[in-house]
Design a protein around this ligand. Structure first.
Ligand code: PMP
Length: 350
């Protein structure tokens, strides 16, 4: 059997309640939207009754049209997938043969490493600069004729920083490899990299899991050249997303006000939480819906102590390229963030 690094998701609220005998637990570990989707989504889901029928291509076409309007990009360049995870899987299937190289700036989202192993590819890890931005020169130096994919995650999970379009453009223009730009958190950021989608060797992936609050429905999309889309459609499973996911995504795009109001509240809380953390730990500025920090306590210990007090955060010490002190906390509702700050104070005071 293949040796694949295990993806370890955080503990669930129910598990932590049971484990520590707690009544109330706050989960700030998976970068979910604490406000949930638009009420219009719930309406659509309540009236759905076609569970026995496969999803229809026309539903998919309608969603593509809505995304096309949302982004200002032609529909023939948009694909829908089972979250960015599903899209990544297909893109890796298209490009990576055994021993092919995938360049991953570290630290970043762990699933890139998993997929490279699954495809029997070779991961080329390139350390980020001090501010966690990608190191253009080091990336360019790491490219060989075996390089098939270069990953750019912006805002980056777990560090929260964004990349400059010019830096990424320079990489795109100086190689034939595919540059996979993961913009799962784009809606929370001050700028994005969509302008680079015009290049033949670029895929830009987005999701309904974060700003739109649909993480459980598993739906995302990507922009790529129409040629790449044709090749993508050959490798994808016949029905990658359910009708309810598609209808929910359409309803979300019909209520952009809801999404924008969530983003606004999350950004305001992000600034408040950042200010609250600044004097206690070494925290990085963030353009996403989470903050990355290091304290003097080992992350595994800190996460465990917070968990005992009913707050789940992400211990990132096992992320490739992270230090043993790295922690990521998602931005929750105001009261959840206060619970976190209170518990953190208790733990750090010892
Ligand atoms: N990319 C990044 C950077 C992420 O943080 C996540 C979510 N954990 C994903 C992709 C997966 O997103 P989706 O729910 O759309 O599969």
């Amino acid at each position: 059997m293949k040796k694949i690094p295990e993806y370890v998701p955080g503990k669930s609220i129910d598990e932590v309640k049971r484990l520590f005998g707690l009544k109330k637990v706050v989960k700030l570990a998976s970068n979910e939207n604490p406000y949930g989707p638009s009420p219009k989504v719930l309406e659509v889901l309540r009236s759905f009754d076609k569970f026995h029928i496969y999803p229809s291509p026309s539903e998919m076409e309608e969603l593509i049209e809505r995304i096309s309007e949302y982004l200002g990009v032609e529909g023939e360049r948009i694909v829908i997938g089972a979250g960015i995870d599903g899209i990544l899987e297909n893109v890796f299937k298209m490009f990576v043969d055994p021993l092919d190289e995938v360049v991953i700036p570290i630290p970043s989202f762990p699933y890139y490493h998993t997929l490279t192993s699954v495809m029997n590819g070779k991961e080329i890890r390139v350390r980020r600069k001090g501010n966690f931005q990608i190191d253009e020169e080091a990336i360019l130096n790491s490219i060989t004729e075996k390089t098939k994919i270069i990953i750019v995650c912006s805002p980056n999970n777990p560090t929260g920083n964004i990349e400059d379009a010019d830096t990424v453009r320079a990489i795109v223009e100086s190689c034939n490899a595919l540059v996979f730009i993961d913009e799962a958190y784009a809606e929370f950021a001050s700028r994005d990299l969509l302008e680079l989608s015009e290049y033949e060797n670029v895929v830009i992936a987005r999701t309904f899991s974060k700003a739109f609050g649909l993480a459980n429905l598993r739906i995302g999309y990507a922009v790529m050249s129409s040629e790449l889309k044709k090749a993508y459609m050959k490798v994808t499973t016949p029905f990658p997303v359910s009708s309810i996911a598609i209808l929910a995504a359409i309803a979300s795009l019909e209520d952009l006000r809801h999404m924008r109001s969530c983003v606004e509240k999350i950004r305001a809380e992000r600034a408040r939480l950042y200010a609250g953390l600044k004097d206690r730990v070494k925290v990085c500025p963030s353009e996403a819906n989470f903050l990355f920090f290091e304290s003097l306590m080992k992350a595994s210990e800190l996460a465990e102590e917070l968990m005992k007090r009913g707050v789940i955060v992400r211990d990132c010490s096992k992320f490739v390229g992270c230090s043993p002190f790295s922690v990521r906390v998602s931005i929750g509702r105001r009261e959840e963030n206060d619970e976190f700050l209170k518990a953190l104070d208790e733990v750090l005071r010892g």
